[in-house]
Design a protein around this ligand. Structure first.
Ligand SMILES: Cc1cc2nc3c(=O)[nH]c(=O)nc-3n(C[C@H](O)[C@H](O)[C@H](O)COP(=O)(O)OP(=O)(O)OC[C@H]3O[C@@H](n4cnc5c(N)ncnc54)[C@H](O)[C@@H]3O)c2cc1C
Length: 598
């Protein structure tokens, strides 16, 4: 196949990704009268945002007093002080505005008796600087993400945003001065490649949870934005921090909500023991996500797992009345029957901690501009490049994200990145900067290599090997020796990725080619994660190492004197550099460092 005749399509701005973040950014651009293209691998309303259940946080105070400074405090504490306090202030202060705006876009929130937006309590969200749980999660039943994505899509239809559906962006285009000038992209239906030439490019490509064998994430969450950014010389920030949800269906990874344990569900090991009593005598099965996940992995590692391979534990609700299950947990029962072949009324559900969310990503400031170190300045904007949502690291989640803060992140930083583009374009010349002569070279080389090679590594087997290495060496609980081995093994997998070949070379709807290209993004995310995790010699938030235990001198194993800093991984030489955490908020006082206890 020849890739010499490449069509060039010109826009003011191109957005890669049509999940919550991409759609919110697109509204801002289209309603400002800009010519904008939104690319998505799937129809917009099938993006992973559609799967979000619990809610979107905002201190509306509809049922009881709340304040954005309390929300800010909780978020800084949840981040284990690794979050940037300017960005966290910005997000929490803006939350009521963007949620009410979403309501005005037509979001069908549940209502209180007075007709206000319904809010429910959620983990880590407290009143009055950590006093007691507060109702801050604005919800539309247990389908908040679904309702949100549809409301945002409809608003885009009204604003006449131009969508390129089932188009896969392949590479970022940068010129010799480092300006970003758009992306190359593959139309999956035809197999043709085009250049999207733009003055501004926003990445909103979502998470990369598919680097792990067990993940709640959609199959399309392969970290394409991170791979593209890394190949174009942008470092990736804080990639060692991944959130594991305790209860994914074993083997399938599909999420079983925390609400199951809220209704009285109990975790048991192979001898039927309620093991959480040993790890968290007070909260038991309702301890925080990281604590429960680590307890489950300890049970499995010490040989008390269930099943032929002793590699899962059981979530038991057989003691609950069937009516309660049918009324309060109907969706979960359906998931369990479909994905585990188990009716939870009659038998316990096999579960494992499952990769859920990436805290790190493409480094940005709180305006959504992508920033890189230049000389002594650690945060210089890359002209023409923006990122928002799960692929970006603003950093509001630091070392651990609070539930419902991601949907908020999409709204706040989707909108902010759109506003930044509108402002920055005013300073730019009317004409597009010319495309460099080598604009398409990297993409062409990747595609031609795949077309030419025969008899190499299988894509499927290589992807499984990658996921196994990540799951075994860089999971919930991290061990010094396993991490060091993991670095070696993932670099071996990288060599196999470079040798992948596809049997089918046809153009139309060639999913083998798409998956091989996705694998080249997964490997970048996997390397960034393993190498960053191996190097961070402390425990903080979701990153907990056996050689950085809880001591009187270092509670929870956190080491602020050496490790209160963001990691930056560079693809070129796998080198790491570090940048300071922003401890100064925009208008209020710094939230001082403390030990994180709940
Ligand atoms: C099961 C589940 C439940 C969750 N529940 C909650 C919750 O209750 N509350 C909460 O706050 N958070 C929740 N989260 C987290 C939250 O939903 C996600 O972090 C968030 O939706 C990500 O949104 P996004 O816009 O960044 O990306 P996504 O919604 O993942 O969208 C990514 C988009 O990028 C496109 N894309 C990717 N690569 C390419 C490419 N190469 N070319 C073209 N397009 C591309 C995709 O097609 C898609 O349109 C949940 C997550 C999961 C997995």
């Amino acid at each position: 196949m020849s890739y010499s005749n490449i069509a060039v399509r010109k826009f003011d701005a191109v957005i890669v990704g049509a999940g919550g973040a991409g759609l919110r950014a697109a509204i801002q651009l289209s309603e400002s009268g800009l010519k904008v293209a939104v690319l998505s691998k799937v129809f917009p309303t099938r993006s992973h945002t559609v799967a979000a259940q619990g809610g979107v946080s905002a201190s509306l105070g509809n049922s009881e007093p709340d304040h954005w400074t309390w929300h800010m405090y909780d978020t800084v504490k949840g981040s284990d002080w690794l979050g940037d306090q300017d960005a966290i202030e910005f997000m929490c202060r803006k939350a009521p505005e963007v949620v009410v705006e979403l309501e005005h876009f037509g979001m069908p929130f549940d209502r209180t008796d007075e007709g206000k937006i319904y809010q429910r309590p959620f983990g880590g969200h407290m009143s009055n600087f950590g006093e007691k749980p507060v109702r801050r999660a604005c919800a539309a039943a247990d389908r908040t993400g679904h309702a949100m994505l549809h409301a945002l899509y409809q608003r885009n239809v009204r604003a006449r945003t131009q969508f390129f559906v089932e188009w896969m962006a392949l590479d970022l285009i940068r010129d010799a001065d480092g300006h970003v000038l758009g992306v190359s992209a593959l139309e999956m239906e035809t197999g043709e490649v085009s250049i999207f030439h733009a003055k501004a490019t926003i990445f909103a490509t979502g998470g990369a949870g598919r680097i792990f064998a067990s993940s709640t994430n959609a199959f399309i969450n392969t970290g394409d934005g991170l791979g593209m950014a890394a190949r174009a010389g942008i470092p990736l920030e804080d990639m060692e921090f991944w959130q594991f949800h305790p209860t994914g269906v074993a083997g399938a990874g599909v999420l079983i909500t925390e609400g199951v344990r809220g209704e009285g569900g109990i975790l048991r090991n192979s001898s039927g023991e309620r093991f959480m009593e040993r790890y968290a005598p007070n909260a038991k099965d309702l301890a925080s996500r990281d604590v429960v996940s680590r307890a489950m992995v300890t049970e499995i590692n010490e040989g008390r797992g269930c099943g032929p391979n002793k590699d899962f534990v059981l979530l038991d609700i057989t003691h609950l009345p069937p009516e309660t299950i049918m009324k309060r947990l109907p969706g979960i029962r359906e998931i369990s029957i479909q994905f585990a072949g188990v009716d939870p009324i009659k038998a316990p559900i096999p579960v494992v901690p499952t990769c859920h969310y990436q805290m790190g990503g493409i480094p940005t400031n709180y305006k959504g501009q992508v920033v890189v170190p230049v000389g002594d300045n650690m945060s210089v904007p890359v002209p023409g490049f923006y990122a928002a949502g799960e692929c970006a690291c603003a950093s509001v989640h630091g070392a651990n994200r609070l539930g419902t803060n991601s949907l908020l992140d999409l709204l706040v930083f989707g909108k902010a990145s759109g506003e930044a583009v509108v402002e920055d374009l005013k300073q730019m010349p009317v004409e597009h900067r010319p495309l460099p002569a080598d604009a398409i070279d990297r993409t062409r080389e990747r595609l031609e290599r795949l077309d030419a090679r025969t008899g190499g590594e299988s894509e499927h087997a290589t992807r499984l090997a990658l996921q196994r290495v990540m799951q075994t060496h860089c999971g919930v609980f991290r061990f010094k020796d396993k991490l060091a081995e993991g670095v070696e093994e993932i670099l071996e997998v990288e060599k196999r990725v470079a040798q992948v070949s596809i049997g089918d070379k046809s153009k139309v709807w060639n999913t083998a080619r798409v998956e091989a290209l996705e694998l080249e993004n997964l490997i970048e995310v996997a390397k960034a994660t393993m190498i960053s995790a191996n190097a961070r010699l402390e425990s903080r938030g979701a990153h907990v190492r056996d050689d950085a235990p809880d001591t009187a001198e270092r509670p929870n194993g956190r080491n602020d004197s050496e490790w209160l800093k963001h990691t930056l991984w560079n693809r070129a030489d796998n080198a790491l550099s570090y940048k300071p955490v922003t401890l100064e908020p925009l208008t209020v006082e710094t939230i001082a460092l403390k030990t994180r206890t709940y």
